[in-house]
Design a protein around this ligand. Structure first.
Ligand SMILES: [Zn+2]
Ligand SMILES: [Zn+2]
Length: 171
């Protein structure tokens, strides 16, 4: 997700570029399996404002049944990037204090959206991912995935719980 913005940085404030992101990650699965959507970059007074609406798809493990499932979400990114090098003087700009989190355009005038996308993805991830809202989870006794199979443990449990009553009824 790297874009050369050298030309855009030379243009007047308000100049815009549009891109369509379509990325599939096979190795770097920390971010996502697939990211797609429009990106818009606008030249600002000091740098570039990046807007992106990215549909993200990631494989997560369900916190109840531990099964893997496809998680989908939309990242609405809005972030201003500043040049690390003064465009006119060609020297390195000193970063202002308190701006450690600022996103920078690197010295070769390339914006890399990977890092910002990772941050937004982490913020968006569910604390307790569920494969489906009413996931039945695993049986506490035999460990079977109750979404896929029915085990006898529940029946057995009910038998013992009602055992005393059943004996009274059927002596
Ligand atoms: Zn589940
Ligand atoms: Zn069971």
């Amino acid at each position: 997700m790297r874009y050369n913005v050298a030309q855009l940085l030379k243009e007047p404030i308000g100049s815009t570029r549009r891109y369509q992101v379509e990325e599939t990650y096979t190795e770097n699965i920390q971010i996502a399996e697939r990211v797609a959507g429009p990106v818009r970059m606008v030249r600002t007074h000091q740098g570039l404002l990046v807007h992106a609406d990215l549909d993200i798809q990631k494989i997560l493990s369900c916190s109840r049944c531990l099964g893997e499932f496809d998680w989908h979400s939309t990242l609405r990114i809005e972030e201003e990037f500043f040049p690390t090098v003064d465009l006119h003087a060609g020297r390195r700009q000193t970063s202002s204090p308190g701006y450690e989190d600022t996103s920078y355009i690197d010295a070769s005038q390339v914006i890399d959206l990977t890092d910002i996308m990772r941050q937004y993805t982490i913020a968006e991830l569910p604390m307790k991912p569920l494969c489906q809202p009413d996931c039945s989870g695993l049986c506490l006794h035999c460990g079977v995935n109750l979404n896929q199979a029915v085990c006898d443990c529940n029946a057995g449990q009910r038998d013992t719980r009602w055992g005393a009553l059943a004996e009274l009824l059927n002596p």
